[in-house]
Design a protein around this ligand. Structure first.
Ligand code: T5A
Length: 224
């Protein structure tokens, strides 16, 4: 006889976001972490912002080309919000509901730091956008990779080679210093969710620091 017992929903996946200035090593660390989680038999995916879904990738192309800057910080914020709305609705929430871990390269803290602190977009506008785009979706852990501005920009330039810097890489040193401070403020305002990691070290050392943070703050909580 068929088992009529309703199947329990899978436990929600974990949502881990990576933040930091240009060239802080987010993509590098996410790649290492997803391989480690998969080796531990966890189903994990990597995504990014702006972008991560077909609709949001179109907007990514637009903002990084610099069009958003011409429109002004408020309009640029709306573009990031439109991309996030599509990404959350079509990729992040469905994955988490299926029990899949989502590792996301940048999320709402980037808007807080870049458009809020640097673009002077008012907190009320940012709050309203977050209500619409992410609602109650909060990362289980936000890893903020912290490197001296000169180191991050040097890494980004070396990777770019002879290509042109994008919209934000092209900003001056004062912009990037303010950005670093903005991330530290975000971390201080939400220490339960955020961990700041010294990322001015070789790739494997940083990866070990990221793993320790994840183990202590997420994996231990899961098995407690
Ligand atoms: N933005 C985004 C907003 O303004 N508002 C928003 O709401 C959102 C979501 C996105 C831009 O959009 C802005 C922020 C950004 O400016 P992007 O192209 O996605 O642009 O760029 P970033 O997210 O800034 O990512 P980057 O690719 O520049 O840097 P990563 O991912 O932090 O760094 P990574 O891993 O690619 O490393 C850079 C180079 O350094 C080397 C790598 O091999 C690579 O060559 N490297 C190291 N070298 C030495 N030691 C280490 N520990 C190293 N780690 C990496």
């Amino acid at each position: 006889m068929a088992d009529a017992t309703p199947k329990a929903d899978p436990p929600r996946g974990r949502f881990i976001t990576f933040e930091g200035g240009e060239g802080s090593g987010k993509s590098t660390q996410i790649k290492i972490l997803v391989e480690r989680l998969q080796a531990a038999k966890l189903h994990a995916i990597v995504t990014r912002e702006p972008g991560g879904s077909p609709g949001a990738e179109i907007i990514r192309h637009l903002v990084l080309s610099g069009v958003g800057k011409l429109l002004g910080a408020d309009a640029e914020t709306l573009l990031f919000a439109a991309a996030r709305d599509d990404h959350v609705r079509t990729v992040i929430r469905p994955a988490l509901e299926q029990g899949i871990w989502v590792l996301c390269d940048r999320f709402a803290d980037s808007t807080r730091a870049y458009q809020g602190q640097l673009g002077n977009v008012l907190p009320g506008v940012l709050n309203a956008m977050e209500r619409v785009t992410i609602g109650d979706l909060k990362p289980d852990l936000t890893v903020i990779l912290d490197v001296p501005v000169e180191v991050g920009l040097q890494r980004a330039a070396a990777r770019r080679g002879s290509g042109a810097p994008d919209r934000f890489e092209a900003e001056d040193l004062a912009f990037h210093r303010k950005l670093r401070d903005a991330y530290r403020e975000i971390a201080a305002s939400d220490p339960q969710r955020c961990v700041v990691i010294d990322a001015d070290a070789d790739v494997n050392t940083v990866a070990a620091r990221v793993w320790t943070a994840l183990r202590d703050r997420v994996l231990t909580a899961d098995t407690a």
